[in-house]
Structures are given as structure tokens and as C-alpha cells.
Design a protein around this ligand. Structure first.
Ligand code: B4P
Length: 187
């Protein structure tokens, strides 16, 4: 299956992507994780991405789209994938369709994990205490949520219009959310 996971920062995309990827034996591809690995490794890509991430802004589309195209074309995603954190605006969604058409395939389903602003903010602030991510400070979280509302939320409408969107409630225990996710995907 070829799946996109949508939802605000802190909704549980990264958390749930691991479970679904294991269940379906397909790679979970997180653009945020790829950027963080590049920042950690001090690569050119990491240097370009870090300034945007630290402010809670999206990394520019030309950088992000090229990175995803490389990853989807590297062979390990040939039999399916789960994209976590991409697409994050309607232009990226159109670009993903173009990439998949170039690879002679298409998206099967987009799952949106929903959770309200208070819930996701408190989760991200808890994670800040444990992991110390540079974009988990209160000001940057607020900005990430604004960017989500203006740039990423319209992506759900894009997939709804195509008839491939399914929404699940991201509140409750992690295991409950996983059960809803598996049900939505039909596994
Ligand atoms: P991401 O890494 O995608 O960060 P995120 O949206 O905050 O989601 P994440 O996966 O980390 O958190 P999750 O909801 O699983 O992006 C970071 C930055 O990278 C972006 O701001 C941007 O700058 C850049 N970027 C990434 N993709 C891009 C793109 N396509 N275009 C441009 N820029 C891009 O979990 C959050 C916390 O909640 C965790 O601590 C988890 O333990 C907890 N949690 C999860 N489920 C829970 C539950 N049910 N109950 C309680 N806690 C739960």
C-alpha cells in the first residue's frame, strides 16, 4: 500500500507510523526524521533545513520535494510506503502525484490523525522535557501549529476531493489510536 499520514504536529504521526509500517512491512518515511538526521550529520541539506525547522517554518518545497523523490526512487519503496509529514502543503501534494505517476503508481489512502490544539501542545511540551528537540519550545510550537492551519490543513481537502481521505481521532491511549488506524486502513 501507498499511504500518506496527515495531522498537526504532536497528533502522533511519527508514533503511529512505526506501528503501521511494521504491520504492513513497508518503510515509514518521515521527512522530519530525514531532515533531523541531516542536521545531526552536518550535511549541506541539514544546514539548509535547520534554519527553517528551528523557526517552525516549512523547509522550502524545492529542497523537500527533491529529497522525497530520491527516497521514493531508491528501490526500497517500490512495493509500498508510508509517508509521515509529507505532503505538507497543496503544492507538495500535487508534486507527490507527479512523482508517483512517473513511477507508474498512485496513492491508495491518506489518513488524517486529528487532535485539538491543547492536546498536541501539551504532548509536545512533554516531549521537549524528554528529548529536548530544538523546535519543541512554546513559541516554535505555536508557529508550527499556525503553519499547519494555513499551509497543511488544505491538504486534507485535496485528498477528500479525490475520495481517498480517512480521518481518525488521535486522542486517547497510543494503543487505542493504533487500533483506529489499523481499522481505517483495513488491516
Ligand atoms: P516532523 O518531524 O514531521 O514533526 P511533527 O509534525 O511535530 O510530528 P512528530 O512525528 O514528530 O510528532 P508525533 O505527532 O508523532 O516535522 C518537524 C519539522 O520538519 C517541521 O516543522 C518542518 O520544519 C520540517 N518538515 C518536515 N516535513 C516537511 C515537509 N514535508 N515540508 C517542509 N518542511 C518539513 O508525536 C508527538 C508527541 O506526542 C510524541 O512525544 C509522542 O510520544 C506523543 N504522543 C503520540 N501519540 C500520543 C497519544 N495517543 N497520547 C499521548 N501522547 C502521544
Amino acid at each position: 500500500m501507498r499511504i500518506v499520514l496527515l495531522g498537526p504536529p504532536g497528533a502522533g504521526k511519527g508514533t503511529q507510523a512505526q506501528f503501521l509500517s511494521e504491520r504492513l512491512s513497508i518503510p515509514a518515511i518521515s521527512t522530519g526524521d530525514i531532515f533531523r538526521a541531516n542536521v545531526g550529520g552536518g550535511t549541506d541539506l541539514g544546514r539548509q533545513a535547520q534554519a527553517f525547522m528551528d523557526k517552525g517554518e516549512l523547509v522550502p518545497d524545492d529542497i523537500t520535494n527533491a529529497m522525497v523523490r530520491d527516497r521514493l526512487g531508491d528501490g526500497s519503496a517500490a512495493n509500498g510506503f508510508l509517508l509521515d509529514g509529507y505532503p505538507r502543503n497543496p503544492d507538495q501534494a500535487v508534486e507527490l502525484d507527479t512523482m508517483l505517476a512517473d513511477f507508474d503508481t498512485h496513492l491508495d489512502v491518506a489518513i488524517e490523525i486529528t487532535a485539538d490544539v491543547e492536546e498536541v501542545t501539551s504532548r509536545l511540551l512533554s516531549r521537549a522535557e524528554i528529548e529536548g528537540r530544538s523546535d519543541d519550545t512554546e513559541d516554535v510550537i505555536r508557529r508550527r501549529l499556525e503553519v499547519y492551519a494555513t499551509e497543511t490543513a488544505p491538504v486534507s481537502a485535496y485528498y477528500e476531493g479525490r475520495g481517498v481521505l480517512r480521518q481518525i481521532d488521535g486522542t486517547g491511549d497510543i494503543t487505542e489510536v493504533t487500533a483506529r488506524l489499523f481499522h481505517a486502513v483495513g488491516v
